[in-house]
Design a protein around this ligand. Sequence first.
Ligand SMILES: Cc1cc2nc3c(=O)[nH]c(=O)nc-3n(C[C@H](O)[C@H](O)[C@H](O)COP(=O)(O)O)c2cc1C
Length: 393
Amino acid sequence: MRSQVIKRAIPDVFKTQPGVSSDDAAADTGANGAVSVDRPEFRGPVSYGPLKLATRYLLSPLAGFTTLPFRRIVRNIGGVGLATTDLVNCRALLSQNDRTMQMIATHAEDQPFAVQIFGSDPKFVAAAAQFLEERGGVATIDINMGCPVNRIAGAGSGAGMMCDAAGTTSLVQKVVESVSLPVSVKMRLGWDDDNLTAPFFAKEFEQIGVCAIAIHGRTREQGFSGTVSRPGIRKVVEAVEKIPVVGNGDVRNVADAATMIRETGCHAVSIGRAALANPWIFRQLDEWERTGTYSPAGTFEERLQLMVQQYRFLAEQHPPKRAIILFRKMAHWYLKGMRIRRKLRGDFQFVKTPAEFEAALERIRREGPVGGNRSGVLSDCHIPVPSGPVDKW
Ligand SMILES: Cc1cc2nc3c(=O)[nH]c(=O)nc-3n(C[C@H](O)[C@H](O)[C@H](O)COP(=O)(O)O)c2cc1C
């Protein structure tokens, strides 16, 4: 249901943003292809309560995209400190319907992982958190306070929670008190420029035991338009004493992550859309933090292998034909970034059987990208976001 909501907001309104390049503009490339970017001062290792994260680079939830197969892909590549499910409706979770149970499915390769929940009734949100804790396998619970979609925000959950100081604080407190798992919150800067409530909530949440705050540096009114306010994120960092703040928004490459850390002082960075364009980004960030340089993203051939692997992961969860249908959406992304001839990309959207899937990939492998660059460096990759007036989403 949740991703239908998001899809309804997106459909043909997939609006392209300025090109996202996996090449860093502000970076120096060495002879072996390693790229060097100046490192900011990093904060100490990041922990969500007792949970120590292996890196400070997190996968930001993208409903419909950051599903278990994709999470396994980025985990296998490496460098991910924590990944989160798409937002899950608390009531749907408590009813344990198949679709929702699939959304919270995980795998040994997908650890540690967080489930992100949303709801406006403290009773249900707390009960959903308890359900997750009793079920096991979940490392942390994340409360969504950022979703701008009308049906969610308008009903008092998601970004709607940013308008109700007392109600929201008491809801979050009830969740924290109901479980022993660490509870984090992901929010926006506020409802609009006149209501930048994130620093207030961050401070309150730290007092009541929230383990971390992730902050997308836009208001609800902004939707995905404009740019992220790093000064706005900085105010959230300054509002808390100890808990980690995860800076989020518009980080497309290592140089952007460096800027985010340098200008906001955030402890960690989460990346959503750019991970679709470049699933190697977490490994690159981790390498860069340790060495000051990072290796290029996967080659054309490695991207094809990654597609096959992601399809296999999907087929572990679904019958093969259904897995193909589900995979087409991601394939569209990958192939677009890989600069495949439009006709081949279009053909891929009609494959129905595993044999046709293999044959289509083989044709793509033989023909290669337009322009012949098989290095895997993407010059341009468009990321879709909902557009139009946000109150119509
Ligand atoms: C298609 C789409 C789906 C999203 N779904 C979620 C979601 O389920 N939960 C959430 O907290 N944020 C969601 N977001 C917001 C992202 O997690 C992230 O905050 C935002 O895209 C900015 O980060 P980025 O520039 O790295 O993508 C979504 C964003 C997009 C574009």
